[in-house]
Design a protein around this ligand. Structure first.
Ligand code: AVW
Length: 271
């Protein structure tokens, strides 16, 4: 055997290089693991803390049902039915005559329901409020939850987030009863957009005799381009269950804001 100092130095060098590479791999794996864990943890923390605002629900149990819906799945292959157990774990409290649907009016409608306790949107319920504004997905063969790198709303039809909103909206519409209100946008040419969640998921579930009336509030501004005679609203009426009475009213955004900032005004007096 050759034990020359040069050979020994080279061998030591080789061993040190192998050790350095191994160390690097371990560090990368640990950092990656911690980042992924942080993703799950941060989504879970947000979920649980928002959920706790609704005292009557078992939040850790609801989180478990939620995770089961998408974890380990291809994020483009999560059908809306995957969320059935999650929806069943957090049923809507009945809110006849108070349910508010909306399309392209997110700011005005949520500002209104936040300030005035007259109506309830999906986002004011547990299911809608815990997920509002969040992104999440799983990955085939992985037990983790990801909050970045998830497919976007239009990247694939059955994506994790879109399927959730479809499923939750369907459940919300299934729970509607009595007088139902929908705030639509009078500043766009098509306030009743046939591809919207309101058109594709919710409207077809507003069935008579459970639902008595659909009251459309068409939110207008100075730049308003639409009124209640709009062609898309004619389509809405065609698609509506004939047993449900339809009504449409043009109401300015200023009037809605004025009403919500006036605590004296009763619920029925805003339009
Ligand atoms: P909307 P909808 N990328 O104002 O009738 C990301 O059109 O559809 O009204 N998120 C999106 C995208 C997109 N391209 N398009 C829509 N969204 C999400 C549930 C976004 O969060 C309630 F019960 C936006 O704020 C309402 O009655 C939301 O979908 C009804 O569905 C609404 O889009 C409103 O859905």
């Amino acid at each position: 055997m050759d034990h020359s100092p040069e050979k020994r130095r080279r061998r030591r060098c080789l061993i040190l290089s192998v050790l350095a590479v191994l160390l690097l791999i371990i560090i990368v794996a640990v950092v990656l693991g911690l980042t992924l864990r942080k993703n799950t943890d941060s989504l879970k923390t947000t979920f649980i803390s928002r959920c706790k605002a609704f005292k009557e629900y078992d939040c850790p149990k609801i989180w478990d049902a939620f995770e089961q819906s998408y974890v380990g799945r291809d994020p483009c292959k999560v059908p809306m039915e995957a969320y059935d157990p999650f929806i069943a774990a957090a049923p809507f409290q009945p809110a006849c005559n108070r349910m508010m649907f909306w399309s392209k009016t997110t700011d005005v409608v949520h500002d209104f329901t936040e300030k005035k306790d007259c109506f309830l949107t999906l986002e004011d319920t547990l299911l809608g409020s815990v997920m509002d504004g969040l992104t999440w997905c799983g990955k085939e063969g992985s037990p983790e939850t990801f909050t970045t790198g998830c497919p976007g709303w239009t990247d694939c039809v059955n994506n994790t987030v879109r399927s959730f909103w479809n499923r939750a909206s369907a459940a919300f519409a299934d729970a509607a009863c009595g007088q139902v209100t929908a705030m639509l946008n009078g500043s766009i040419v098509t306030p009743f957009n046939p591809t919207s969640i309101f058109a594709t998921i919710e409207l077809e579930r507003l069935d008579s005799p459970r639902v008595k009336n659909l009251n459309v509030v068409l939110v207008t501004q100075e730049t308003t381009v639409t009124n209640c005679t709009n062609a898309s609203l004619k389509n809405l009426q065609k698609e509506l269950d004939p047993g449900v009475k339809y009504n449409c009213k043009e109401v300015s955004e200023a009037q809605i804001q004025e009403c919500s900032s006036n605590p004296e005004k009763p619920c029925g007096a805003c339009w």
